[in-house]
Design a protein around this ligand. Sequence first.
Ligand code: PLP
Length: 431
Amino acid sequence: MTKLDTTKSQAAFKEAQQYMPGGVNSPVRAFKNVGGDPLFIDHGKDEYIYDIDGNKYIDYVLSWGPLILGHADDQVVAELDKAVAKGTSYGAPTLQETELAKIVNKIMPSIEMIRMVSSGTEATMSAIRLARGYTHREKIVKFVGNYHGHSDSLLVDAGSGLATFGINTSPGVPDDLAYDTLTVAYNDVDGVKKLFADHGDEIACAIVEPVAGNMGVIPGTQDFLQTLRDVTKEHGALLIFDEVMSGFRAAYHGVQSLVNITPDLTTLGKVIGGGLPVGAFGGRREIMEQITPAGNIYHAGTLSGNPLAMTGGISTLKQLTPEDYVEMDKKVTALTDGIKKAADKYGVPMTVHHVGTMWSYFYNGDSINNFDDVKACDQKLFEKCFWELLAHGVYVAPSQFETNFISTKHTDEDIEKTIAAFDAAFNAATK
Ligand code: PLP
């Protein structure tokens, strides 16, 4: 196995574990799934990150998606510098909030009104409350392997960290709440129809990642998403597209533009904060106007819409163009095709998926449509190749249940180097 000197990261992790559970502030960062210690990052610039031992990596995690312009983009940094000098938060309205709301509305017209929050978790949690308040119903529908953050109602059969650690739901989630969350397999059209036929009148909303990114990348089929739109409408339930990850990632205008389906509500996060803590939920005016203080469904936040997060988002979205997505898509296509070709060369069973700037690879040659398919992948091979990739200067998500990304800063040369690293990893792992 190729060796990498991570002595300082290992010492830092040991110390961190004394003070923070598992040494981290979010579980997948701990690298538990790949059986080793995480890297401690010193800094990032463009498509690269540098660990505290001085190793340099091409980064495809990009802070789990937000950094679509890469690390420390010059313009984002300059605008944040200006903003921070004016004060970090006032707890009063600012012009930046309306500016970001207008930009989002222009790119995703279904978001007629928006409410800014500080994380994707808050966005989905608040959207669920809004759906329940608006419909006066309590049950919600979610899909196995979709992850919508860590609020109680949504921590049932979830992807991401729960999938990585093999947890169905979490201790501490009241049974009564979990009981109101009905789950169906992703892309299961008949399952959706049956669930709504049996419980349709009790269901407040269905929440879905229209391109799933928390069990690797798995696109929702057109039939599945259209069925969801149809049955929710028929039964008076709301349809929530959770585009916290896919928004400004799967496509410039979101997955809703790819499938030509208008959800009632959309949740956003990640890219709209440009790397600062942000989330948002929005949608049809008539529904959004039920939120306090326009209506009486409660939502609030000390740092909601704070000027730094708004500036990070504005500066990021203003720089992005639809052409950037064409370019990034081309690069991801070359990358995933190259990885698949290398896998074939070594007889490694593999399926690659990508939608826009989101991509993942599965150590399984069969088609991958849902959570069970991902669970059947070769975990041991994933682990071996992961460490080889790191040793070759390529930083990918440390779990098969996560998505990789690309930024506008990644070059054709990076793609070639990454394919060569996968080739070397497959070579080492199959010896
Ligand atoms: N929804 C989706 C689709 C996500 O991918 C995530 C996080 O990865 C969340 C919600 C939760 O966002 P946050 O981690 O900002 O709370």
